[in-house]
Design a protein around this ligand. Structure first.
Ligand code: FES
Length: 126
């Protein structure tokens, strides 16, 4: 499957406009994740933010296998090695750098990457 282009959060039903703060960098420890939900009152967009070293990755928090959030109920998105994102529902593993599923029931598919801008100490939708 071809890697999908990065999407603007505003392209999703319930997604926020460009320039919306997703999370402050101070609230994201090294190897820390955040489950962020935006809603317009009717629809919702759930994002996952994961920091690994100095890199920050932002994806729609929706597994391409069954559509569940990867984390289910907390802010933990990494597997035991700390190198892959893991879906807690059926164990799919994803490369953090491009969202490619490298093992599990959706192998070969991708998470939807979200366009963001890092500035002023925060991660903002772009
Ligand atoms: S829903 Fe993620 S692996 Fe099945």
């Amino acid at each position: 499957m071809r890697k999908p282009a990065r999407a603007s959060a505003s392209d999703f039903p319930g997604g926020p406009p460009a320039g919306t703060l997703v999370v402050r960098l101070d609230d994201l420890p090294d190897h820390g994740g955040k489950d962020i939900v935006f809603s317009d009152g009717k629809m919702r967009l759930q994002l996952l933010v994961q920091k690994i070293g100095h890199q920050v990755y932002v994806y729609e928090n929706r597994c391409p296998h069954a559509g569940t959030p990867l984390n289910l109920f907390n802010d933990r998105f990494l597997d035991g090695t700390g190198k892959r994102l893991i879906c807690r529902t059926h164990g799919a593993l994803f490369a953090p750098e491009n969202g490619h599923c490298v093992a599990g029931p959706c192998k070969g598919q991708y998470l939807r990457a979200i366009l963001v801008e890092i500035r002023d100490g925060g991660i903002f939708t772009a």
